[in-house]
Design a protein around this ligand. Structure first.
Ligand code: GLU
Length: 272
């Protein structure tokens, strides 16, 4: 049985790119699940959650209930962080964005990841006493993965992308943030914990997230979670070749619907 999911963030209305991702996921699965990625409570809005339900139903999709909301999953994320912490794989990071930018400026070589320069490792070098003193002083901190140490622990890993084995580069994103300063979790951690919890066996999503699979596979191994298969799909882009974003109001399903498009028109436009 293939279990798939669609996992939008409720920070805006669904656009054509989301419709494509949702239709691909629903059609690939014998069970289709929905997950609301509302970790970012500053940006997530209930109005958009309701909008997601409405737009997906309008497209003709049906998903299993209950819908999982990441905001209800903090205890599970905390448990996963504790597992990593117990393996000595996390460290507190007190850096601000500016601290990181300044450090990268000063560095003679700044290793690049898929999203730009990697974290330079500043706080990895703090002593236990320095960490304790800064925490006691009330400084806010994120928790980062010590990627090199994690890589040493798990050995060679791979994941299946459309039936082909891809070797994992565990250092691709460097020392990622796994718990943010403002939220006690972060995307890469939450997504692997929730895919396992929901029994997802096939992750379909846009190819912009293919690099993320490397670190997600690493986290699955560290947390001893089952490994789903992956099938990343093309991105739906605008006339300029850019990914649709929250800015493209005209491409939201609700404005297309208001303009007279039917679900069949949307599918045709997406080449489905
Ligand atoms: N929330 C992510 C998005 O909207 C999807 C995450 C995932 O599928 O792993 O792009």
């Amino acid at each position: 049985m293939t279990v798939t999911r669609f996992a939008p963030s409720p920070t805006g209305h669904l656009h054509l790119g989301h419709a494509y991702a949702a239709l691909i996921a629903a059609e690939a699965g014998s069970r289709f699940l929905l997950r609301i990625e509302d970790l970012d409570q500053g940006r997530a809005r209930d109005e958009f959650v309701l909008g997601i339900f409405e737009d997906l139903a309008w497209l003709g999709l049906a998903w299993e209930e209950p819908v999982l909301r990441q905001s209800s999953r903090m205890p599970a994320y905390r448990g996963a962080l504790e597992t990593l912490q117990a393996q000595g794989l996390l460290y507190p990071c007190f850096c601000t964005r500016k601290d990181i930018a300044d450090e990268i400026q000063r560095a003679t070589e700044a290793p690049q990841g898929p999203d730009g320069a990697l974290y330079p490792g500043t706080c990895r070098h703090l002593t236990q006493a320095q960490r304790a003193a800064r925490i006691a002083a009330g400084e806010s901190y994120a928790m980062r993965l010590d990627a090199a140490r994690a890589a040493g622990l798990v050995g060679a890993l791979s994941f299946l992308e459309r039936g082909h084995s891809v070797s994992v580069d565990p250092l691709l994103f460097g020392d990622l943030v796994l718990a943010r300063k403002d939220v006690p979790a972060a995307y890469h951690l939450a997504v692997v914990v929730d895919d396992a919890f929901q029994g997802v066996t096939l992750v379909t999503r846009g190819e912009d997230l293919l690099p993320a699979t490397h670190v997600q596979r690493l986290l699955q191994a560290l947390l001893e979670l089952p490994e789903p298969a992956y099938a990343h799909h093309r991105l739906i882009v605008d006339a300029q070749g850019r990914k649709f974003s929250k800015r493209d109001q005209a491409m939201t399903l609700r404005s297309l619907r208001a303009g007279g498009s039917t679900p069949a028109d949307i599918r045709a436009r997406l080449g489905l």
